[in-house]
Design a protein around this ligand. Sequence first.
Ligand code: AP5
Ligand code: ZN
Length: 214
Amino acid sequence: MRLVLLGPPGAGKGTQASAIVERYKIPHISTGDILRLNIKNGTKLGIESKSYIDKGLLVPDELVVLIVRDRLKEDDCKNGFLLDGFPRNVKQAEALDSELKAMGIKLNGVVNIQADRDVLIERAMGRRICKECGATYHIKYNPPKVEGICDLDGSRLYQRDDDNEETVRTRIDVYHEQTQPLIDYYQKKGLLLDIDGTKSIDEITNSILDELES
Ligand code: AP5
Ligand code: ZN
């Protein structure tokens, strides 16, 4: 299964990605996670990306396109993959199309998770992430058993630097300007699966898996 997850910041892409990759045994390729790992490790890519991410702006296309191009060539992508947070604009979508064409493969679907601005802001601002395993929680909707501590490994939870209200608002604006046109782009290709992202985490997972299997 070769899939793209589309949706604004806080829509629940990362949360739903976990269930989808478990169901189809495919790798989860999140450009946001890859960029944050590079920032943490102080690589050249991380240093170049940080100022964009901190402002809520998109990292230049040439950097992210290269990341995805290399990642798709790895062995674990042979049976499929889930792209999360890529493509983010029409230029990246065209780059992905030509890469897949060169590889002789096609996407099976684009899962488009939608929610309103107020929901997105509340979700992003309440998100907490485990420093060790990357598990994602929400202070209200998916709280850990002990406040600030990961259920899985007892490590501390942290808040992403770009999950402050001002940056979240910018990220949503950037989504509307640059990423939303992809809905039309993939609709025209007959690949779009629209998902209501305002329901509970489990209800959304069920809708996505139902859509993918119908
Ligand atoms: P990225 O990491 O991709 O972030 P994003 O798109 O802003 O999405 P988020 O991670 O904020 O949200 P999500 O939809 O995954 O929500 P989640 O499941 O965590 O990108 C970050 C930055 O990197 C960008 O701004 C850009 O600078 C750069 N970048 C990345 N890719 C790029 C690209 N291709 N090109 C250029 N630049 C790029 O859920 C959010 C919270 O809500 C969690 O706490 C969760 O527990 C909770 N939650 C989830 N679902 C529900 C539900 N149904 N009900 C209640 N709570 C829920
Ligand atoms: Zn953990």
